[in-house]
Design a protein. Structure first.
Length: 101
């Protein structure tokens, strides 16, 4: 019944072509305060061997454990903003100089 719903012709696994299926699911672990995104990929080639790969990148949701982490991030953002403003200002000055010619 599932095959009839997904593919009306019912030949999606019998077509002789390799098929790939990917499933993605977010997961949260409240004890460790971790957010994980699980990717499960299944490859079904014509040879009959089924390949599977599961990748689960995770991120700790408590990024700032002390005030020093916050200070380091603020300083980094300030440096990036300063460099971007200098680049934009230099570009505007060059544009003004070339526009006046």
């Amino acid at each position: 019944q599932v095959d009839e719903v997904l593919r009306p012709n019912g030949t999606w696994l019998r077509s002789g072509q390799p098929e790939a299926v990917t499933a993605t699911a977010p997961m949260y672990n409240p004890e460790l305060n971790i957010l994980t995104l699980v990717y499960a990929e299944f490859y079904l080639p014509r040879s009959g061997k089924q390949w599977a790969r599961v990748v689960a990148p995770a991120i700790l949701l408590e990024l700032y454990r002390s005030i020093w982490h916050i200070i380091a991030d603020v300083l980094l953002c300030a440096q990036v903003a300063w460099m971007a403003s200098k680049e934009i200002w230099g570009t505007l000055l060059d544009w003004r100089e070339h526009a006046s010619r």
